[in-house]
Design a protein around this ligand. Structure first.
Ligand code: ITT
Length: 185
């Protein structure tokens, strides 16, 4: 059993759905941890892991993710949570009004930790574009404005299963599963 420390039920649903068929079980701990103001998601999770390790017994997982918009120099990136709360998905779309360059990518960094042991980090990315208007009510966060490469629909218009086949978080979960399987031998 791995404790997934997150305030975000959508993240928990996605990762559980990905790992359960592989026999990897997760328990959710709904706890916010302070996010360090840093340039890289990885620095944010490493800092958080130090705090979480003091509280959680056994193995834990944390996920820090962000949406990086090319025309905005990678913004909101590590500030995605703040921008979601302030501008929201529709506000982010407005920042790109009239822009033809709409490339963006989601990134997820997972940290698997356990008090006293060196943490392991896994990554996943998903490339795509920012839609012209928010579409769909599925998923969470910026899903209604993100169209993954090769698709026409936004993540918000996809089922959990469809998003989980191609998303940044699914990629990170696959890397984590690969590690756990190897460790089991
Ligand atoms: P934690 O408790 O796990 O930190 P959070 O929702 O604050 O939950 P992040 O800081 O990792 O998570 O996420 C930054 C923002 O990006 C936040 O507003 C999320 O809703 C959004 N986000 C993260 N992953 C996403 C995804 O797969 N699809 C759409 N938006 C996502």
């Amino acid at each position: 059993m791995i404790t997934f420390v997150t305030t975000n039920p959508g993240k928990f649903r996605e990762v559980s759905a990905k790992l359960a068929p592989l026999g990897i079980r997760l328990a959710r701990r709904d706890r916010a941890y302070p996010e360090l103001q840093a340039d890289r998601l990885e620095d944010v999770v490493r800092f958080a892991a130090g705090l979480v390790a003091k509280e959680v017994r056994g193995e834990f997982l944390i996920d820090d993710s962000g949406l990086f918009v090319e025309a905005l120099g990678g913004f909101p990136g590590v500030y995605s949570s703040y921008v979601y709360r302030t501008l929201g998905p529709a506000g982010l779309v407005r920042l790109l009004q009239g822009r033809r360059e709409r490339a963006a990518r989601f990134e997820t960094v997972f940290l698997l930790g356990n008090r006293g042991r060196p943490p392991r980090v896994f990554r996943g990315e998903c490339e795509g574009t920012i839609a012209r208007i928010p579409r769909g009510h599925g998923g969470f966060g910026f899903d209604p404005i993100f169209v993954p490469t090769g698709a026409r629909r936004t993540f918000g218009e996809m089922s959990l299963r469809e998003k989980n086949a191609i998303s940044h978080r699914a990629r990170a979960a696959e890397a984590l599963a690969h590690h756990l399987r190897r460790r089991r031998g």
